[in-house]
Design a protein around this ligand. Structure first.
Ligand code: NDP
Length: 302
């Protein structure tokens, strides 16, 4: 694949077709261009209006994000995806935010409008759809044990509460970050019990049959510690790890040893992407998701 594009490429941008972009730092390993361009190719075969749609990746330093968003808007890019570390920074820089994304404080999808970018967050949809597809479970009505208190955990927690999970138990390594997340969630809990705990000391009243969701980055590297010892919890119903590369983390291997249903984050990646394309194109996410899934697997060498 070519080197990622930069701000300089954007300054001289004059492509006539419909352009989409993902911005990140780093962006080199993003699977999103492969997923979106595969879906767009397939759409173009059925509907000629998609023939000039293309999705590009840009390496953008956080200091350059305001300028990049300004240029992308001026050059009339139809939509933008944001990945690490831009999701939170962009939240305060858009002209409007989708109501469901507001409590998350982060946006991963921007839609061009006359008055500026409109921010959305499709990660929660991606998580809920992936959990249903891979584990056959609804977030609604489920007791949830969520691991992590960073950006992904915050999005997952908001989605679980908006879909009315039965209860939400959050474990995180750093107590102060956990406390901040719990304070943020309090106004939207709407009667749903939300409790925090230290991963090394699971409370005795933790519910059995919970869906365990790993939203920590522990597991990205082989030497990482486990985010939690599953055997120390009342037997969970299933384990979902947001990490997709590597495809099997130590946590998922533990889940398999215990005979628990388990899934990695690849389906989440796919469904958040398909939802973003729906926002830009009006094509239902369910229609493009299968092609995106195949492209993501190929790009990851799976
Ligand atoms: P953040 O940096 O915002 O948060 C990282 C979280 O991981 C914090 O809670 C941090 O805890 C915890 N953590 C980091 N290292 C360790 C460790 N060694 N042991 C225990 N806990 C640890 O990252 P994000 O929230 O943006 O991303 C988290 C994960 O989710 C990443 O792996 C990312 O790839 C994945 N993700 C997957 C998506 C998908 O589509 N499948 C979408 C979005 C994210 P502490 O507070 O103690 O520092």
């Amino acid at each position: 694949m070519n080197d990622p594009l930069t701000l300089r490429d954007l300054e001289s941008w004059s492509r006539p077709g419909v352009s989409l972009a993902v911005l990140g730092h780093p962006i080199k390993h993003s699977v999103s261009p492969a997923m979106h361009n595969a879906a767009l190719d397939e759409l173009a075969r059925a509907e000629p209006r998609f023939a000039d749609w293309r999705y590009f990746r840009f390496e953008v330093h956080p200091d350059d994000l305001p300028r990049a968003l300004e240029l992308l808007h001026a050059k009339k890019f139809r939509g933008v995806n944001l990945t690490v570390p831009h999701k939170i920074i962009a939240f305060d820089r858009v002209a409007g935010v989708d109501e469901a994304a507001r409590p998350i404080g982060a946006v991963n999808t921007l839609l061009w409008t006359e008055r500026g970018w409109r921010g959305h967050n499709t990660d929660g949809y991606g998580l809920a759809t992936a959990v249903q597809e891979t584990l056959g479970r609804d977030l609604a009505g489920a007791p949830i044990v969520l691991l992590g208190a960073g950006g992904a955990a915050r999005g997952a927690a908001v989605e679980c509460l908006q879909r009315r999970c039965a209860s939400l138990w959050i474990a995180n390594r750093t107590a102060a970050n956990l406390a901040t997340l719990l304070t943020t969630l309090a106004p939207i809990a709407d009667g749903i019990p939300v409790r925090g705990f230290t991963p090394a000391e699971p409370p005795a009243d933790l519910p059995a049959d919970a869906l365990v969701i790993n939203a920590t980055s522990a597991g990205l590297k082989p030497a990482d510690p486990l985010p939690i010892t599953l055997a120390a919890l009342p037997r969970p119903a299933a384990v979902f790890d947001m990490i997709y590369n590597p495809p099997a983390t130590a946590l998922l291997r533990d889940a398999a040893k215990l005979g628990l249903p388990q899934a990695n984050g690849l389906a989440m990646l796919v469904h958040q992407g398909a939802k973003a394309l729906e926002i830009w194109s009006g094509i239902p996410a369910a229609r493009t998701a299968p092609r995106m899934a195949a492209a993501a697997r190929a790009a990851l060498g799976l």
